[in-house]
Design a protein around this ligand. Sequence first.
Ligand SMILES: NC(=O)c1ccc[n+]([C@@H]2O[C@H](COP(=O)([O-])OP(=O)(O)OC[C@H]3O[C@@H](n4cnc5c(N)ncnc54)[C@H](OP(=O)(O)O)[C@@H]3O)[C@@H](O)[C@H]2O)c1
Length: 303
Amino acid sequence: MRALPPIGFAGLGRMGHAMAANILAAGFPLTVWNRSADRAADLVTAGAAAAATPRDLAAASEIVLTSLADPAAVEAVYSGPDGLLAGARPDAILVDCSTVAPDLSRRLGEAASAAGVAFLDAPVAGSVKAATDGTLAVLVGGDRAAFERCAGVFETIGRVAYHLGPVGSGATMKLVSNALLATIVQGMGEAIALGEKAGLDPAAMFAVLGASSAAAPVVNAKAEAVSRRIYRPAAFTIELMKKDLWLALSLANELSVPMPATSAAHGMVAAAGATGKQALDFSAVALLMEEISGLAEAHEIDG
Ligand SMILES: NC(=O)c1ccc[n+]([C@@H]2O[C@H](COP(=O)([O-])OP(=O)(O)OC[C@H]3O[C@@H](n4cnc5c(N)ncnc54)[C@H](OP(=O)(O)O)[C@@H]3O)[C@@H](O)[C@H]2O)c1
């Protein structure tokens, strides 16, 4: 039986740390790198090696996964003399699990091709709990043979991996998914604010909604936190959702697709960020709705 390939992981934030821990627990030899080195410490104690730079990480790995905050972070880690592309082995596959614009994925794909290595965009659906449980959905674009070579590692981080087409397809699917998610959560925040101002109890409303066709899984998942106004620790921050909605709207603008509900959701997420909620969970648009409905003066944010 072939030994498990050496894996590299760059970006040990809320998602990346949990994903890397599952890869290590599955027995893959793992090397890690994070801009703030302290976030790698427990993985190193558990048996991972630490690389000094992304370039060193790539040189030590057959498959390199990245989970980075935003496009600027992805550019910083892939490019430059100490970047992943500079160190990648000829047989390597670079797999970006960050949520970024499909255009950036395509540019990275071209740069990887020029360096003679494979590239997959593979953003993930599911939040920190799914990353911890290894039950993410992995949304992949790129060469099918490279996708198949990554099947074993995708199995450790996700319950399912979808091959959606050429490079950029995974990134596109992720923006589609988050546009829908944000509009559902905005709708939830408005509806709950209406009921609350009219005298209903939020927990009672969620109990009714949870048993109705109006409740998408995210409504049930956020019911307790929104009823009790617990928005910390964030699974997925207001700041990251603002980025994703802007990426979705930029793509929509490029393709001339009107997205009125997503535009409104972006405006509310931006307002939540501008009023000090950027590090709270993205469901804190419900708190903003309470505030602008004149309901939140007496509320304190837990956590
Ligand atoms: N959280 C979720 O529920 C969720 C779900 C699906 C997808 N995503 C996506 O997954 C990605 C990671 O999300 P997260 O929640 O794990 O974010 P996070 O906790 O904020 O972690 C961000 C990571 O990016 C690194 N980073 C930021 N700027 C950098 C730079 N300029 N150079 C190098 N590294 C940099 C951070 O390093 P430091 O530790 O040094 O700051 C950290 O490792 C994002 O693209 C997000 O949209 C998140």
